[in-house]
Write a protein that binds this ligand. Structure first.
Ligand SMILES: [Fe+2]
Length: 294
């Protein structure tokens, strides 16, 4: 398999998880983008930056092993259900262990719920034991969860979310990461919050509220639907601003099927290619396709 296809397969796995939950559309992209912004702010080299972005996109891959009834539950989780949720970092590590490029994302995925005070999971690591990728993703994941819509609330404002990160700096979150996150240019953060791609704001379903992902490449008149209420919409674009117009119809079972944004996945995979160039030797040995880098 070519290197670009291998990268695409990694990104596609993460999209499967996201497609199951009507409320988390764009979460992988936002966590990836915000994590890269932190890496830039911390002056990390390009390779580390790209790896952290990739790991950010894949951090919740393990939710593929969490039942829908728990993953999409709107009420408070029972202790037993929370124990099931807590298995997702280890599930991700198990899946990534068997992917030829899984090493790139495994550290970020396995430890993104660890905390500097040792109260995190799955291993209760101490601050110095938590991998850098995971320390960054822990902060960007929490920030995106706070600023995104949930079934029971609207997204929190950016200022309030930054305040909360600072309140828990050093206990729940790595203080160095929080400090760098808070010094990122506000315009750069605003361009990511409630977006699912560059220049692509999330759309709110006019019927029931949850956010609807509209892919960057979609055009005027393209049909989409809300995977929560099943309402069908056509995309309306006026002076560059997109909105959803209800068609009055109900989405077909085919329209409601989870889909992956293959164009976004291809763009992300192309961008991540330099990650493989430096590791070409071990990678060529593994896949036996010497000289193939695209
Ligand atoms: Fe997670």
């Amino acid at each position: 398999m070519k290197s670009l296809d291998l990268l695409r397969s990694l990104y596609s796995m993460a999209s499967v998880v996201e497609a199951r939950d009507a409320y988390t559309g764009g979460h992988c992209w936002r966590v990836a983008q915000l994590s890269e912004l932190v890496a830039i702010e911390m002056n990390l080299d390009e390779r580390t930056r790209l790896r952290i972005g990739l790991a950010g996109f894949l951090h919740d891959l393990g939710k593929v092993g969490v039942p829908d009834a728990i993953l999409n539950k709107t009420g408070k989780l029972t202790d037993d259900e929370y124990e099931v949720i807590k298995t997702h970092p280890s599930i991700a590590a198990e899946v990534l262990k068997h992917h030829p490029l899984g090493d790139l994302a495994i550290n970020g995925a396995l430890a993104h719920h660890e905390r500097p005070d040792g109260k995190g999971y799955p291993n209760g690591l101490s601050e110095t034991q938590i991998h850098l990728d995971a320390s960054i993703i822990s902060v960007t994941d929490a920030f995106d969860a706070m600023t995104s819509y949930r079934p029971y609330r609207n997204g929190m404002g950016v200022d309030k979310a930054l305040d909360i990160l600072q309140q828990h700096s050093g206990s729940q979150f790595n203080s160095n990461v929080v400090e760098h996150f808070c010094s990122i240019d506000r315009h750069d953060i605003d361009a990511i919050v409630l977006h699912s791609d560059h220049h692509t704001p999330m759309q709110v379903c006019p019927n029931c509220g949850p956010v609807v992902v509209v892919y960057k490449e979609m055009e005027q008149g393209d049909m989409t639907c809300c995977r929560n209420c099943g309402g069908e919409f056509s995309l309306f674009i006026e002076q560059g601003v997109r909105s959803l117009k209800p068609t009055g119809g109900v989405a077909t079972p085919e329209q409601l099927q989870p889909t992956a944004d293959h164009k976004l996945i291809s763009r992300l995979a192309h961008r991540a290619l330099p990650l493989l160039k430096k590791d070409l030797t071990w990678w060529q040995k593994l896949v036996g396709t010497a000289g193939s880098s695209s």
